[in-house]
Design a protein around this ligand. Structure first.
Ligand SMILES: Nc1ncnc2c1ncn2[C@@H]1O[C@H](COP(=O)(O)OP(=O)(O)OP(=O)(O)O)[C@@H](O)[C@H]1O
Ligand SMILES: [Mg+2]
Length: 457
């Protein structure tokens, strides 16, 4: 009989997983903490461990380290609810067999358990990655992206990543490579946008000396360079109909023929592509080949725009604050107030996470922190005004976490001000109060509630 140790401090998850395993005939030992897991391990060595990562008293990664000191350690599958892929990456680096992002389907869990028991060789260690490759966020829509990465990364199917500009398509492409079967192989990005056909052809397939006027020596293309790894075709929606045919041919036979070369050469490359365009609509309009679309969209990963997962904003702000503080050598900026977070949450973020990063960076440079609403409003108002759109949601739709009334008033005022591009006269008109009253309310957190001569925000 196969023994499985299930470790989770959350009773509901522990029972759900344990019962599903028992129904399939596994013998399950339950542990609600790291200490209980240690005791269980001393009593009987399981064939497999399923463990939560964050538990009071120690993490699943601690457990992993301890287990690896045993001879012939059992495989371990980590289950995590924290939506950062960082944990998964750290776990894989430690040599863990697999991980599951919560919430997961029980069928998926059972399949992973079977796979882990069938193949006890650990996954190859992933190459070390810096904080720039971290995907931050735990909104359910982003957790779905992590799950998709976990599911499709190890398979050699082409993946199409869809998402607006700045949503993190390249980050996801890199994660797909990092969690692929060949993370040690090359990752070669190619920007397909707005390049003439000959250039992109030579970029991708390479050329022989003399193939065209400027071809002074042989050049290896991105596909040859990516042999044994991943090629990332960015801005795929921009390629010409002629080039679409060439790409399709490569996807069908895996053979590259450099410009001016006599014969082709087979390469073994995983293809990941991305676009901010609606490729399906382009297919319908006849500007993108349907056969190529179906070839490349073997699996689609759709990254939601930031405004649709605005609950991730505080984590993203903290991430960027920490990163830029370190990069720029600034003093610790401190956590932003709820009012500032609400002000940021009310922005439509047409440039998505990239735009948020720029705003945080500029605010840190100009004001040392995000607390200066005046600076923030100016940056938000001034950030590519042609991209600025109307507020996405009615200011009267509220979702948790809820704010104290005082903070709410402040946040609401700031949201209206943001909408007016920082114009206090217009904001006062919309709020139905005097401009003087508005100025006083805006000063309230620092000073006593008295009329003072007006100064700028
Ligand atoms: N979820 C996220 N967590 C942390 N950083 C992120 C996240 N999403 C995006 N970023 C950061 O935002 C910037 C833009 O991301 P990326 O280049 O991957 O976007 P993109 O979708 O490829 O955009 P474009 O279509 O404009 O090329 C990068 O600096 C990236 O590190
Ligand atoms: Mg990109």
């Amino acid at each position: 009989m196969t023994d499985v140790l299930v470790v989770d401090d959350d009773l509901a998850i522990r029972e759900m997983v344990a019962l599903a395993l028992e129904k399939r005939g596994y013998r399950v030992v339950r542990a609600q903490s790291l200490a209980a897991a240690r005791t269980a391990l001393r009593e009987r060595r399981p064939d497999l461990i399923l463990s939560d990562i964050y538990m009071p008293g120690g993490t699943g990664l601690d457990l992993l380290k301890e287990i690896q000191d045993l001879d012939d350690p059992p495989p371990i599958i980590l289950m995590t609810a924290r939506g950062t892929i960082e944990t998964a990456a750290a776990a894989l680096k430690e040599g863990v067999f697999d991980y599951l992002a919560k919430p997961f389907d029980l069928d998926v869990m059972l399949a992973r358990v079977q796979a882990a028991l069938a193949d006890r060789t650990p996954a190859p260690p992933a190459p070390k990655e810096g904080p720039e490759s971290l995907i931050v966020g735990s909104h359910p829509a982003l957790v779905a992206v992590y799950k998709a990465i976990g599911k499709v990364a190890p398979l050699k199917v082409p993946v199409l990543i869809l998402g607006e500009t700045g949503t993190g398509k390249e980050l996801v492409a890199r994660a797909l490579h990092r969690f692929s079967a060949r993370p040690g192989g090359p990752f070669v990005p190619v920007h397909c946008g707005a390049i003439p056909d000959t250039l992109i052809e030579s970029e991708l397939f390479g050329h022989r000396r003399g193939a065209f006027t400027d071809a002074q020596k042989d050049r290896r293309g991105a596909l040859a360079l990516a042999h044994g790894g991943t090629v990332f075709l960015d801005e795929l929606g921009e390629i010409s109909p002629v080039f679409q045919v060439k790409l399709l041919r490569f996807l069908e036979d895996g053979v590259i023929q450099p410009l001016g070369a006599e014969k082709g050469e087979a390469v073994d490359v995983r293809v990941v592509a991305a676009t901010h365009r609606d490729l399906k609509a382009m297919v319908a309009a006849g500007t993108f080949r349907e056969d190529l679309y179906y070839r490349i969209a073997g699996f689609e990963v759709r990254i939601p725009p930031l405004r649709e997962r605005i609950s991730d904003l505080p984590d993203l702000v903290a991430h960027f604050q920490a990163r830029f503080q370190r990069d720029l050598g600034l003093p610790e900026p401190g956590a932003p107030s709820p009012a500032v977070l609400s002000l940021l949450a009310a922005h439509p973020w047409p440039g998505n996470v990239r735009e948020l990063g720029h705003v945080v960076r500029r605010a840190l440079i100009e004001a040392g922190a995000l607390e200066d609403a005046g600076v923030l409003l100016r940056i938000l108002g001034g950030a590519e005004p042609e991209l600025a759109g109307p507020l996405p949601a009615s200011p009267l739709s509220f979702t948790p976490p809820f704010l104290p009334l005082e903070d709410l008033e402040q946040a609401y005022i700031l949201a209206v001000l943001s909408h007016c591009g920082g114009n206090k006269t217009e904001a006062a008109r919309l709020l139905g109060i005097e401009r003087k009253t508005l100025a006083r309310k805006l000063r309230r957190p620092e000073g006593p509630d008295t009329e003072e001569p007006e100064r700028d925000l």
